[in-house]
Design a protein around this ligand. Sequence first.
Ligand code: NDP
Length: 235
Amino acid sequence: MSDEQVIVTGASSGIGEAIAIELDRRGFKVVGLSRRGSCPVGVGMACDMTDEASISASIAKIAGRGPIVGLVNNAGAHEATPSAELSLAEFEKCMRLNASAVLVACREVYPHLKKSGDTLIVNIGSFFDKLAVSENVAYCASKAAVGAITRCLATEWASDGIRVLDVAPGYIETELNRDFLAKPKIKAWLERRVPVKRAGAASEVARLVGALYSEKIGFLTGETIYIDGGQGANH
Ligand code: NDP
């Protein structure tokens, strides 16, 4: 194992947990940030990603332990509310975690990634960034913002040796939605809508993210890479 640290936010469950395990398997030193502070591998630290000062303090602490070569902004939350009833506070709460926290974490890690050179930020977006989804205006807007943040930072920081990518999953089965996705009506709907006829596995998203870190493809930056079984492209 090298001393190269990759920070994974939201590593305490679901997709983030799978990404942490995959990066560890590939020899990176993983530091997981979440409110619970647990991480299946490496080191876990408690950090509320909606708290700017906590993000700043956590990243400074991690930088004190060794070089940082990556940041995976995975922490996020989803809530559905009819748009006509959505309060400004609810909209801003969603934007705060799913989009603003991404920007703050990128900004705080920037000097450390620049120092390491040839580094990568992966932001976890969603294929909802380009879809119209009823009762999901806040989530869709927040994930569209992740795509925009990714493009802007990639352009601005390319000359610093920092690449920035958005990995945007479709429906992924995790502990939280396993029972929901197994309902016959939902299963039938997925089989109709998703060309590969199933939800994805967290390990599939993790393998994509892990490959991006291992392969170090220098010409690939600023892009949103969809991993959705073809659903977003399906008529
Ligand atoms: P989970 O709910 O399983 O995991 C969310 C993670 O984010 C947890 O580790 C949680 O840790 C962390 N988190 C939540 N709030 C905060 C906070 N304020 N500060 C720090 N960490 C926080 O979700 P998924 O694994 O399903 O989702 C992960 C990402 O993937 C999200 O960005 C989501 O939008 C995206 N995504 C998921 C899809 C899916 O179908 N599952 C589809 C497309 C995108 P803790 O509670 O310990 O703080």
